[in-house]
Design a protein around this ligand. Structure first.
Ligand code: HEM
Length: 205
């Protein structure tokens, strides 16, 4: 139930794990981009220089993989798509232009957020597996090494693209969302307008 006009949305553990994921992802992504392209090598200076970046990038990836594993454990059971979510996805073009007629109400997470969760989880597995091969190339056969050289940057581009959209949605596009992830609560009006089904359940309990 809302108390003092606040509806609890994310508990301290969820927020801590989310920010661990966000910081480790940004570190691994930016140091990875510095190694990947000479045009982006200037990024290395920001993170302590070339050798530091080369040595620390895989460790950033390990922290990210562990943190993502924790987020996965926390939220996996809430991220299954139901019948309303499938309709939501079919009508997501309407959601994008704020014409929500016929777009079903959302539960705690909308179908777009659920897709982001599964997409980032899949990319994380691909990044981690290919990253391990690139970290210890002598331990892997040639075909696996070639696959890793291809998969690692492709999965990185996919996940960075997804996170750019996610950061935009979580900050500029949906005012009030960032406060939920920083302070843990939203207003009743926010809950009713963005996650009406979830808000009804919260009020019942
Ligand atoms: C600076 C970077 C980031 C910002 C500002 C940010 C912001 C947010 C916000 C505001 C929410 C809550 C949305 C709501 O209440 O409905 C959220 C949820 C979430 N975040 Fe992030 N996030 C960032 C990075 C990341 C990264 C790197 C990942 C994963 C690789 C991630 C995965 C998630 C997931 C799975 C959720 C739950 C579903 C969703 O709301 O999309 N976030 N984030």
């Amino acid at each position: 139930m809302p108390s003092n006009g606040k509806v609890a949305r994310f508990n301290a553990m969820e927020r801590t794990v989310h920010w661990m994921v966000a910081i480790s992802f940004l570190y691994a992504a930016l140091t990875g981009l510095a190694i990947w392209s000479h045009k982006l090598y200037w990024l290395a200076a920001v993170f302590g220089g070339g050798p530091t970046v080369r040595g620390m990038h895989p460790w950033g990836g390990v922290v990210f993989a562990v943190a993502l594993g924790l987020i996965f454990r926390n939220w996996r059971s809430q991220m299954g798509l139901d019948a309303d979510d499938r309709v939501w996805l079919a009508k997501s073009h309407r959601y994008a232009v704020h014409d929500e007629e016929g777009v079903p109400e959302s539960g705690r997470f909308n179908a777009g957020q659920k897709m982001l969760f599964w997409m980032q989880s899949l990319f994380a597995v691909l990044l981690f597996a290919s990253g391990m091969v690139l970290w210890w190339p002598e331990a892997a056969p040639r075909t696996l090494r070639l696959a890793a050289v291809l998969i690692h940057p492709l999965a990185a581009i996919g996940s960075i693209g997804g996170i750019i959209v996610h950061i935009y949605m979580g900050t500029a596009a949906v005012p009030g969302a960032l406060r939920a992830m920083v302070r843990g609560w939203v207003t009743p009006a926010w809950a009713a307008s963005h996650h009406a089904k979830w808000y009804r359940d919260v009020r019942k309990n």
